[in-house]
Design a protein around this ligand. Structure first.
Ligand code: FES
Length: 110
C-alpha cells in the first residue's frame, strides 16, 4: 500500500482532527509483515487527502488487476476496511466492500 504524505496528505493544518503519524503507524502495524506500507510524495490529487493506493499482488497484476486509489481516508472505520480488504487479497482477488467502494477515487490521468 502506498500512503501519500506530502503537502496535503498527512498535514495537520488541513485535517487537524486526525493524528496522521498514528494513522500511518496503525496501517503499517496492521499489515506487517505480509504487506508493505510505504510513504510517497504528492500523488497529485490533493483535494482527496489523505490518499492511499492499494496495489495488486504480482499474481493478481498478471491477471489484469490494477491499483485502486482511495481518497479522504480520514477515519478509523475506513482504515479498518482497507486493512481487511488488503489482508483478503486486495485488487483482483477480493471483492471491494460496498462501504469502502465509496472511498474509491479515479487515478490521476484516468
Ligand atoms: S499530498 Fe497527497 S495527493 Fe497531494
Amino acid at each position: 500500500m502506498t500512503v501519500c504524505r506530502d503537502c496535503c496528505c498527512g498535514n495537520a493544518l488541513k485535517h487537524p482532527s486526525l493524528d496522521h503519524d498514528a494513522q500511518l503507524d496503525r496501517l503499517t502495524a496492521a499489515l506487517a509483515p505480509a504487506h508493505r506500507v510505504r510513504k510517497s510524495l504528492c500523488l497529485d490529487v490533493c483535494a482527496e487527502a489523505n490518499v492511499m493506493v492499494v496495489h495488486p499482488t504480482p499474481t493478481a497484476r498478471r491477471g489484469g488487476a490494477t491499483p485502486v486509489w482511495f481518497g479522504l481516508v480520514l477515519s478509523p472505520d475506513i482504515e479498518a476496511d482497507l486493512v481487511s480488504w488488503v489482508r483478503s487479497g486486495g485488487p483482483g482477488v477480493a471483492d471491494l466492500p460496498p462501504m469502502l467502494d465509496l472511498s474509491v477515487i479515479p487515478a490521476p490521468g484516468r
